[in-house]
Ligand binder design. Structure first.
Ligand code: M6R
Length: 596
C-alpha cells in the first residue's frame, strides 16, 4: 500500500532522501509516485504514473534547493492510477501525502464543494488537503488546523503535510496506518516503514493513533488528539541497511527463501531453557492460565501458519483451537470472554483486518497475543503480549521467511502449552536449520520442473493433515507471483469436486510425507494418474508413479510443514522467473495491506 517519505533539514539533499526512501518502500506495492518540496516559499510538485524509475527521469535535471520535502508511492484506492491522482496533492498553500482510506470522503467533498472548493483529482487525499486548507483560515496554528481536519475524517490515515505559510514545519498524524519518524542531527525523516530511514538514522519514534508530530529541522514536538503536548520514547533499530538489500540475489524473494535457516536460528534464540529441555517464552507466566478457547486469527500466509498452529497445538498440547481469517472474524460476532486467548499473527503487524480483529478481541475482554515480525508495529504494540519472529526485514511481497518463523513460534507455543518434558521435540527444532539447508540444496532440481511447466494455466496442490495448509500456501505463492491459477486442497476432498479439473494439462503437486497417510496419498495420486494428470510429488521416499519427484529429508512430523514449505516457495519462484513476472512486487499486491 502507499508509502510516505518526508525530510526536513540541510544535512542531506532532499531529492536523494526521498528517492532513496521511496525505493525502499517499493515492496509495499504502488502504481504511481511523486515528490513535493517548498523552495522560496513556493511549492513544487513532480508526479507521474508508473515506477519510481519514471519519476527519477522527471526529476533528473531538477536541483532541489529547499529544506522541506515529501514523497509518496500510491496504491490506487479512489480513482485509477494516473498522474493527476498521484500524490502529493496541493490545495492552495497546503500539500499532503496520505496512506489509508477516508471512508466519508464523498460527504466531505460535497460539503467543501458547497464552500466553493474545486477538485482536480478523484482521490480522497485531495479532500484532506482541502479540509486542512479550510481549517487553516481560522485555526490558531498549523498543528490545530490538521487536528481539526482529521477529526472530521472516518477511516484510516497516515498523513504528512506542509504549508507555504509555515515552510519550516512538517506536520504528521496517523490513525491505523503506520508512520515512523527518524531523528538525525539537525534533520528529521518521516516514513511509512523503517527501511526507508535506515541509511540515514537508526533513532526512531513510532507515532501512535491520533498522535501528531510537528517537525522542524532541530526539534520535534508531539501532541495527543486534543493538542496537549506529550513526550515520546526514542527507539534504536538494530537492523542494518544491508539487511534490506538483495545481497547478490536476483530477487528479494530468493534471498529471503535462502535466509530461512538463519531466520529459524534467530527466532529460536533465547526461547529455550539453558539445558534445552523446556520452552521459555517472553510472556507472562499466567497468560494461558484458565484459558478456555484459543483463537488463531490472521490473513493470507499468516493464516496458513495459523492453520498449521492448530494442528500443532491440538496434537501436542491437546488444547482446542479455532482458526479464523481476520476479515471474517472481525464481522462474525465471535463469542469471546476473558478466559479466551486470541492470537493474531502478522508479518507486518499493520494488516488492517488483523489489527481490527485484535481491537475487537480486546474490546470483548479476551487476552491477546501477537506474533509479529516488525518490532513496535501497531499489532505488536496493541496486543497484551507479543512473540517476535526474528526473520529480519522481509521485502518480497510473497511471504517466505516470515511464514517459516511463524511455524516455529507455533511449534514453541505448542510445546510451551504441553507442560511436560519435551527434550526430543526441542532437539528436533534445533536441528531444523540443517534439514532446511538440505532442502534448499535441491533448488536446481525444482528449477528444472518449473522450466517444464511454467506455461501451464493452472495447478492443483494437495496435502493431508498438517500439510494441508502447506498445500494452500504453495497454491497462494504460485498465484501471487506467477499469476498461474492455483488451488490448494486437502487430498481427501479431491473426489468431491476438484478431480473434475484433472487432465493431461494439469500439474498436481502432491505433498507426501512418510507418515500414516502415505497409503492414502498414494491412492490420491493413482486417481490423478488415471485421469492423465501430471504428478509432481514432494515426498520422503521415492514415488515411482510420479512424473517428477523431489525427495525431502525424513524428519519428525512437526518439522514437516517447514520442509515441505520450502520447495513450494522455490517452485513458485522459478515458475514466476521463467514467466518473467515482477516477482518482488507482483501486480495488484501490496506487502502491507493497511486498508480493508
Ligand atoms: O503482514 P501480514 O502477515 O499481516 O500480511 C498478511 C497477508 O497480507 C500476507 O501474508 C499475504 O498473503 C502475502 N503476500 C502472502 O505471500
Amino acid at each position: 500500500m502507499c508509502g510516505i517519505v518526508g525530510y526536513i533539514g540541510t544535512q542531506h539533499n532532499p531529492k536523494e532522501v526521498l528517492l532513496e526512501g521511496l525505493k525502499k518502500l517499493e515492496y509495499r506495492g504502488y502504481d504511481s509516485a511523486g515528490i513535493a518540496w517548498i523552495e522560496n516559499n513556493r511549492t513544487h510538485i513532480v508526479k507521474c504514473k508508473g515506477k519510481i524509475s519514471e519519476l527519477e527521469k522527471h526529476v533528473a535535471t531538477i536541483n532541489i534547493q529547499g529544506t522541506i520535502a515529501l514523497g509518496h508511492t500510491r496504491w490506487a484506492t479512489h480513482g485509477k492510477p494516473s498522474t493527476i491522482n498521484a500524490h502529493p496533492h496541493q490545495v492552495g498553500d497546503v500539500t499532503v501525502v496520505h496512506n489509508g482510506i477516508v471512508e466519508n470522503f464523498s460527504a466531505l467533498k460535497t460539503e467543501l464543494e458547497a464552500k466553493g472548493y474545486q477538485f482536480k483529482s478523484e482521490t480522497d487525499t485531495e479532500v484532506i488537503a482541502c479540509l486542512i486548507k479550510n481549517e487553516l483560515e481560522t485555526a490558531s496554528s498549523f498543528e490545530n488546523a490538521v487536528l481539526c481536519a482529521v477529526k472530521q475524517m472516518n477511516g484510516s490515515y497516515a498523513i504528512a503535510v506542509m504549508s507555504e505559510r509555515k515552510p519550516g514545519t512538517l506536520v504528521a498524524v496517523k490513525k491505523a496506518s503506520p508512520l515512523v519518524l527518524g531523528l538525525g542531527k539537525k534533520e528529521c525523516f518521516l516514513a511509512s516503514d523503517i527501511p526507508a530511514l535506515l541509511k540515514f538514522t537508526n533513532q526512531v519514534v513510532y507515532l501512535e493513533d491520533y498522535e501528531l508530530a510537528s517537525i522542524t529541522e532541530n526539534r520535534v514536538s508531539y501532541y495527543d488528539k486534543n493538542g496537549t503536548a506529550i513526550s515520546k520514547q526514542v527507539h534504536k533499530i538494530t537492523w542494518t541497511a544491508q539487511m534490506a538489500e538483495k545481497g547478490g540475489f536476483e530477487h528479494f524473494m530468493l534471498k529471503e527463501i535462502f535466509e530461512q535457516p538463519q531466520a529459524i536460528i534467530h527466532t529460536l534464540s533465547g526461547k529455550l531453557s539453558p539445558n534445552q529441555d523446556a520452552v521459555e517464552l517472553p510472556i507472562h507466566n499466567d497468560f494461558f492460565k484458565n484459558t478456555t478457547n484459543i483463537y488463531l486469527v490472521a490473513c493470507g500466509t499468516a493464516w496458513h501458519a495459523s492453520l498449521v498452529g492448530k494442528y500443532l497445538i491440538e496434537k501436542i498440547a491437546r488444547r482446542r483451537v479455532e482458526v479464523d481469517l481476520a476479515s471474517e472474524f472481525r464481522y462474525r460476532h465471535p463469542i469471546l470472554s476473558k478466559n479466551d486467548v486470541v492470537i493474531v499473527t502478522s508479518q507486518s503487524g499493520e494488516t488492517a483486518d488483523s489489527l481490527a480483529a485484535l481491537q475487537l478481541a480486546k474490546e470483548k475482554g479476551a487476552k491477546t497475543l501477537a506474533i509479529c515480525n516488525v518490532k513496535e508495529s501497531s499489532i505488536a504494540r496493541l496486543a497484551d503480549e507479543v512473540l517476535y519472529t526474528e526473520a529480519g526485514p522481509e521485502i518480497g511481497v510473497a511471504s517466505t521467511k516470515a511464514f517459516t518463523t511463524q511455524l516455529l513460534i507455533f511449534n514453541l507455543l505448542a510445546l510451551y502449552l504441553e507442560n511436560t518434558p519435551q527434550k526430543e521435540k526441542i532437539l528436533n527444532l534445533t536441528r531444523l536449520p540443517f534439514f532446511m539447508e538440505q532442502v534448499l540444496h535441491q533448488a536446481e532440481e525444482i528449477k528444472k520442473i518449473a522450466t517444464k511447466h511454467y506455461k501451464k494455466i493452472a495447478a492443483l496442490y494437495m496435502g493431508r493433515d498438517i500439510l494441508y495448509p502447506i498445500a494452500l500456501e504453495g497454491a497462494l505463492k504460485l498465484k501471487e507471483i506467477s499469476y498461474i491459477h492455483a488451488h490448494g486442497y486437502p487430498a481427501g476432498e479431491m473426489k468431491h469436486g476438484p478431480i473434475a479439473l484433472v487432465d493431461s494439462n494439469l500439474p498436481v503437486i502432491a505433498l507426501i510425507p512418510d507418515d500414516d497417510f502415505f497409503d492414502k496419498m498414494m491412492s490420491n495420486i493413482e486417481e490423478v494418474r488415471a485421469r492423465e494428470g501430471i504428478v509432481i510429488a514432494f515426498s520422503q521416499r521415492p514415488i515411482p508413479m510420479a512424473h517428477h519427484n523431489i525427495i525431502l529429508p525424513l524428519t519428525p512430523w512437526h518439522l514437516n510443514p517447514f520442509l515441505f514449505a520450502l520447495p513450494m516457495q522455490l517452485l513458485a519462484y522459478y515458475m514466476a522467473r521463467c514467466k518473467g513476472t515482477d516477482i518482488d512486487q507482483p501486480k495488484n499486491l501490496a506487502k502491507s495491506v493497511t486498508v480493508e
